[in-house]
Design a protein around this ligand. Structure first.
Ligand SMILES: [Zn+2]
Ligand SMILES: [Zn+2]
Length: 357
């Protein structure tokens, strides 16, 4: 053997000047016997248990598979896996999921490598890894905004009026309240608002109870017991039901037919139609059933055509019927030609002025 000739120590092949001798081996023998892989400690992969994203070099990415996560790590961090004589050009395949003991798994990586700066070879090597399930920042942020209370805004009439919706929006726009709102959904039956804290939900519900006379019903659904803090964790649901009472509604209050002049701060302003007396009653009278909305009344337009000391004479212009009605507090001062409204209920006529202040 001449000093100038070079032979592979494994297969004895004589190598030309262009061919590299790699630690005494030809390329084939080198790749087969020694390989380019370093023995490396197991890879720790992090996957979000909620959305399935993978953490690659400190950054979270949505990837189609574990193989793709391994492929990216091996390619971008190849010095960790491959010795200095080789450079990976591409990772062609990653076969995962062979158990390798000690809670580790093993993947076989097939890559195209540049060896010794001049020769291309296919390299196969094994990578041990372990997948750790964690929560990515996006999911933990979302989880931290999990609500603890839902307020369901409803109305006794079955749907919310626009003024009720406007009132809810106005309340929620208060910065101290809005910062606690996680989600607002609206459907035909009403508005649902999810709150971070039960305290804020209570505050909103109590405010509407006080100002609009809403009825509050609260329930609690246990989701888990937090032993570390020794308390129950769950969702509080508060139903806030607006009364079905509006200006100009006719009601029966403790047996007297009355007209609603308006509602304010938890009170209903009424005119008792028989006596003409004005009074305010708490909205809780509505919820207890002592104040009932009347819907069976027939409304008629009447014109004042005459009066005596205690009696008004009213003409129903549609039918020509003449109605006598006692003059009460509410009807004092009416003149001939004034128009009033009559409600006929149970054979009796109740009269109110057309415009009620
Ligand atoms: Zn050889
Ligand atoms: Zn996630």
């Amino acid at each position: 053997m001449s000093e100038l000739t070079r032979h592979c120590i494994a297969c004895g092949k004589e190598l030309s000047e262009e061919e590299l001798l790699l630690g005494g081996y030809c390329l084939n023998c080198f790749m087969e016997i020694k390989g380019v892989a370093k023995s490396t400690p197991a890879l720790e992969l992090e996957q979000c248990s909620k959305c399935g994203s993978w953490k690659i070099h400190g950054k979270w990415a949505e990837l189609p598979s574990l193989s793709e996560a391994l492929r990216r790590i091996v390619l971008s961090d190849q010095r960790r896996f491959i010795d200095e004589r080789a450079e990976l050009i591409e990772v062609d395949e990653v076969k995962v999921s062979q158990a390798a003991g000690r809670g580790l798994s093993e993947a076989v990586v097939g890559a195209t490598a540049l060896i010794g700066g001049s020769m291309i070879a296919k390299a196969y090597f094994k990578v041990k890894y372990r997948v750790r399930k964690t929560t990515c920042p996006t999911c933990s942020r979302r989880a931290s905004r999990s609500y603890s209370a839902v307020v369901q805004f409803r109305s006794a009439r079955g749907c919310l009026l626009n003024r009720e919706k406007d009132y809810i929006s106005k309340l929620l726009s208060d910065p101290l309240i809005s910062q606690d709102v996680v989600e607002l959904t609206e459907d035909r039956s009403g508005v649902d608002v999810k709150f971070l804290s039960v305290a804020t939900a209570h505050r909103v519900a109590q405010l509407i109870e006080k100002t609009a006379g809403a009825k509050i019903v609260e329930s609690f659904k246990l989701t888990k017991r937090d032993y570390s803090r020794g308390r129950d964790v769950g969702v509080t649901t508060i139903s806030v039901r607006f009364p079905d009472i509006d200006k100009m509604d006719l009601v029966n209050y403790r047996g007297s037919v009355s007209l609603v002049r308006g509602t304010r701060n938890g009170f209903i302003d009424l005119i008792m139609l028989e006596s003409g007396e004005k009074r305010s009653v708490p909205l809780k009278e509505y919820w207890s059933g002592r104040l009932k909305k009347l819907s069976e009344a027939v409304e008629k337009k009447l014109t004042v055509v005459g009066r005596s000391l205690n009696t008004l004479y009213l003409l129903n212009e549609e039918t020509g019927e003449l109605i006598e009605h006692p003059i009460n507090e509410h009807l004092v001062g009416l003149k001939n030609g004034d128009r009033v409204k009559g409600y006929i209920m149970g054979g009796r006529t109740y009269v109110i002025r057309e415009e009620v202040d």
